[in-house]
Design a protein around this ligand. Structure first.
Ligand code: SAH
Ligand code: SF4
Ligand code: F3S
Length: 433
């Protein structure tokens, strides 16, 4: 019987991509993917600590693995990612965990596994290692055969006062453009049609002078690749050149994730975001002028320390002014090591939740209106597979909107023109024309 592995991933797309790379490394060692942790010889939990919620979920998932270890003591249990990067001691309290590593050294997974088979191993580094340069060369085991993530930038230098990421992923570093292109070429050979270039602040991508617009151009030169996206944009780094790259490079999709976080200048200042409400609105105006069909999405934090009702209303009015296609709202939670953890977390839990629901309601209304306008229109949809229920096909428009499509399995992996017939705030439905 083949040896099997199971990876549980929490957190952002970057963590998903790291897990795909870890899976690739394990498959290179002869392991096969298991359907459940019960069947696996190696279990990896790739953790996220950006907010209290994913952090707690990771801890409870790790706790539950004790059961498996008791039944099959030879199972190797590893915890990786952002949580151990800052709290390895807490992870080590779980006696059933054999291997702990962080975000800087997952590239060394094969060596770490060997060590952990001998004895309990903890290798959490706080510095970039030369092996990091090899990450683009690791073959990912893809979650989705047609749409793939390509990490082009790691770490963050911006130190927003609420954010733990600079502490879990270190300083910003961009991947050499040649390596990015090589990775994209290899993905294309495997049948990938769409790539998402990932970075914490991908707008600030800079490898010895090569910036994001040029990288987008280079990647879109790979013939088999039909679509290129990039995320996350930072409002302070988003330039007219980037907007023009979306307009001028055919394959670059008109979709921008540009998180404002708040619409209040007071709050933005205390968050250390590096832009004002007015500057944010100006950037969105510029983007929508240059790319009129762009879809805009964003993240918002409600209940940041000191956020008054008036501050919150300014967030609502920023949303009214900018109009979003999609928005993600988070209740503020203090994170270790961050500056804001020293501020008084003074917005009561119920009030945070009330603001969350109010903002979500507004964003939902906007999404509903934006999607309703697409009824009767023909959209290009890359069909990725079947919808979860299995009755229809599933794909995304150039604007990154999910669509359920009536059609045959032979369309999977193809880009088809779809006439939109129904809409909801989060979903479209249509049929091929
Ligand atoms: N680099 C990206 C994403 C950072 S993490 C950026 O700069 O926007 C993803 C989202 O989690 C953030 O956009 C923010 O909305 C949210 N987030 C981060 N820290 C948080 C905290 N302490 N409490 C609540 N939400 C938080
Ligand atoms: Fe966190 Fe701010 Fe960096 Fe984004 S820009 S990762 S929110 S510190
Ligand atoms: Fe989470 Fe780390 Fe990503 S904290 S959001 S997995 S960078």
């Amino acid at each position: 019987m083949a040896r099997k592995y199971f990876i549980k991933t929490f957190g952002c797309q970057m963590n998903v991509n790291d897990s795909e790379k870890m899976a690739g490394l394990l498959e290179g060692l002869g392991y096969e993917r298991a359907e459940s942790p019960e069947e696996a010889e190696v279990i990896i939990v790739n953790t996220c600590s950006v907010r209290a919620k994913p952090d707690n979920k990771a801890y409870s998932f790790i706790g539950n693995l004790k059961r498996i270890k008791r039944k099959r003591p030879e199972t190797l249990i590893a915890v990786a990612g952002c949580v151990p990067q800052k709290e390895k001691e807490q992870i080590l309290r779980f006696s059933h965990v054999d291997l702990v590593f962080g975000t800087f050294n997952f590239v060394k997974l094969p060596q770490l596994l060997e060590k952990a088979k001998e004895k309990r191993t903890v290798e959490v580094l706080d510095r970039v290692i030369p092996e990091e340069e090899k990450i683009p060369l690791i073959e990912s085991s893809l979650e989705n055969p047609f749409v793939a993530y390509v990490t082009v930038q790691r770490g963050c230098n911006r130190f927003c006062t609420y954010c733990i990421v600079p502490f879990t992923r270190g300083r910003e570093r961009s991947v050499k453009p040649e390596l990015v292109v090589e990775e994209v070429k290899r993905l294309a050979e495997k049948g990938v049609k769409e790539v998402h270039l990932l970075g914490q602040n991908v707008d600030f991508y800079n490898y010895r002078g090569t910036q994001l617009p040029e990288l987008l151009y280079l990647v879109s030169q790979v013939p088999e690749i039909e679509r290129v996206r990039f995320t996350t944009s930072h409002p302070a780094g988003f330039t007219e050149e980037i907007a023009k790259a979306i307009r001028d490079i055919d394959k670059v999709c008109p979709y921008v994730h540009l998180p404002p976080q708040s619409g209040s200048n007071e709050v933005l200042k205390r968050m250390n975001r590096g832009y004002t409400r007015e500057e944010y609105i100006e950037k969105v105006k510029m983007l929508k002028e240059i790319v009129p069909d762009v879809a805009l999405s964003g993240d918002f934090i409600v209940g940041f320390p000191g956020e008054s009702l008036k501050d919150f209303e300014e967030t609502l009015s920023l949303v009214e002014e900018c109009v979003f296609d999609q928005g993600f709202v988070f209740e503020y939670s203090p994170r270790p090591y961050t500056k804001a953890a020293e501020f008084e977390d003074d917005v009561p839990k119920e009030e945070k939740n009330r603001r969350l629901r109010e903002l979500q309601e507004l964003l939902k209304r906007q999404a509903e209106e934006r999607n309703r306008k697409l009824i009767g229109k023909v959209e290009e949809v890359l069909i990725e597979g079947f919808s979860p229920k299995g009755t229809e096909l599933y794909g995304r428009t150039l604007n990154n909107k999910p669509v359920a499509v009536k059609g045959e399995a032979s369309l999977i992996g193809k880009t088809v023109k779809v006439k939109i017939e129904e809409s909801s705030p989060f979903f479209l439905k249509g049929k091929p024309v």
